[in-house]
Design a protein around this ligand. Structure first.
Ligand code: GBH
Length: 482
């Protein structure tokens, strides 16, 4: 019998009483916890967003449609026909959004530039008003002590580019992407020191051109889809070179890639080796090709006559050295060693494996450790960032005006615990960008799956910090898992 626990059980905390302490404003003295999981000094804590998911203002200041405008306005393509027409209206409210970050204490912000604002027709004449918007955002970030990390392509391809040459079906788009990226780097690199080329190659290629779930919603055959993949990594490599050629010295460039992460089901030497083999083969069409400047044999053999057609010089461009690798990390595959030619087997996921409300978002927090370790050991990048990690939750704004997302706090705490392991083991992980700063347009899921640590009322555009925002604020203040 524990009288103590009985007493606290009997006294029911009201949400309001809880909120008083939990959401208190201003500086909170951080208690010293000798056993806390402390990150290396200077570890960079940040948040991430993407242009089409937050900006709205789709017709403003000379912007023309992207493939996502067209797709989301096509009946049946997104949940309830929802679109990014307004989204978080961040185009007009970016100053408010930057204050949200300042209150968290984040040092870095990963944002993307909308290609159709800067080159509304994909190529040709740049739109001054479009690039000016990003100059204003960057200046406001810097004035608030937040370092912008800029993604060139988070899926909003100008519709004109899709119409003219078939988008990523053509190498013309790889070239156009490099020109656009060079232009943005030229204009921003006096203030922005880190650029990412592409976000999530599998989403901008396979999901968009092979499986039809994402804009432009095509269902091409294997050979054509593999050519889309090739054009995308070629576009990445060309953009790396264009950014370097047109930016200030000291500008650093990489990509933000959701490589498939393989975790050994048992952590012994054979299991770890199997995870590395799986990482190399399972990402052959994207990250492996980029890190090695070649397509591994197992990929070419697997694709056979559908393998991509490669022109002289392509692989060298694709393998352009990077200053850092960004990893968007959500969910693991579990592997074990076996006697097959590839040397590993992916273990099928049991039906009961837990997931967040997004049905694909299986919870395996060690994914962060293995993402960092596998990539580090295979390719020895000098710097890694987690460019996205976070989760959806069925958030409810309570009558007292708060969101008690303890499931997201649980998710974050466990993932950061495994990231901490990678950091203290000496892998070159330098920063973490939480997805996402605030609820936003979740692509084909529309506004159903909320990923923010700030709740957004999409009617009023009011932002409310969730419990997870307070968790993150404390984590950042302590530089330790809170
Ligand atoms: C990231 O994608 C994106 O970069 C970001 O824009 C997005 O908001 C965030 O994650 C949260 O989703 O419908 O079963 O085929 C994460 C990787 C790949 C996850 C595509 C969803 C579709 C699953 N995404 N996937 S399914």
């Amino acid at each position: 019998m524990q009288p103590h626990s009985r007493r606290s059980f009997g006294k029911k905390l009201t949400a309001a009483a809880l909120a008083g302490g939990v959401f208190s404003e201003g500086a909170v003295a951080e208690p010293q916890h000798p056993k806390r999981l402390t990150f290396p000094e200077g570890f960079l804590w940040g948040c991430a967003t993407a242009s089409y998911q937050i900006e709205g203002a789709v017709l403003e200041d000379g912007r023309k449609p992207s493939v996502w405008d067209t797709f989301s306005h096509t009946p049946g393509k997104t949940h309830n026909g929802e679109t990014g027409d307004v989204a978080d209206d961040s185009y007009h409210r970016y100053k408010t959004d930057i204050q949200l970050m300042k209150n968290l204490g984040v040092k870095v912000y990963r944002m993307s530039v909308a290609w159709p604002r800067v080159f509304p027709d994909g190529t040709g004449q740049a739109n001054e008003k479009g690039i000016n918007y990003y100059e204003r955002v960057v200046d406001e970030l810097l004035a608030n002590g937040i370092d912008p990390y800029v993604t060139m392509y988070h899926w909003d391809l100008p519709q004109a580019q899709q119409d003219r040459v078939g988008g990523w079906q053509s190498r013309e788009t790889s070239k156009a992407f490099a020109d656009y990226s060079g232009f943005v780097a030229k204009r921003l690199s006096d203030r922005v020191h880190h650029f990412f080329t592409t976000n999530e190659l599998v989403c901008m290629t396979d999901l968009a051109y092979r499986w039809g779930q994402f804009a432009p919603g095509l269902k091409l055959a294997a050979a054509e889809a593999n050519q889309v993949r090739h054009n995308a990594i070629l576009g990445h490599g060309m953009a790396v070179q264009a950014i370097r050629a047109s930016s200030k010295p000291g500008t650093l460039v990489g990509l933000a890639e959701n490589a498939t992460v393989y975790a050994p089901v048992f952590e012994d030497d054979a299991g770890i080796a199997a995870a590395q083999k799986a990482t190399r083969h399972g990402n052959a069409q994207f990250l492996t090709a980029i890190m090695e400047g070649k397509y591994v044999e197992s990929y070419l053999a697997q694709e056979g006559s559908a393998a991509p057609k490669v022109e002289a010089g392509d692989m060298k461009i694709i393998g352009s050295p990077l200053d850092f690798v960004g990893l968007n990390v959500y969910t693991p595959e579990y592997v074990r060693p076996d006697d097959s030619p590839l040397g590993f087997a992916v273990i099928p996921r049991p039906k009961s494996f837990p997931h967040m409300p997004s049905p694909w978002l299986f919870v395996g927090p060690e994914v962060l450790y293995w993402a960092v370790r596998n990539v580090s050991e295979l390719w020895k990048p000098t710097t890694l960032y987690i460019t996205e990690n976070g989760c959806s939750s069925l958030d409810v704004l309570t009558a007292d005006g708060h969101v008690y997302d303890t499931d997201r706090v649980m998710y974050l705490r466990n993932h950061l615990t495994h990231l901490h392991r990678a950091a203290v083991e000496g892998y070159p992980i330098k920063g973490y960008f939480l997805w996402s700063l605030m609820d936003n347009f979740e692509w084909a899921d529309g506004y159903t799956n909320r990923f923010g640590i700030h709740y957004v009322d999409f009617e009023t555009q009011k932002r409310t910090p969730k419990l997870s925002a307070e968790f993150y604020r404390r984590t950042i203040a302590a530089n330790a898992v809170a």
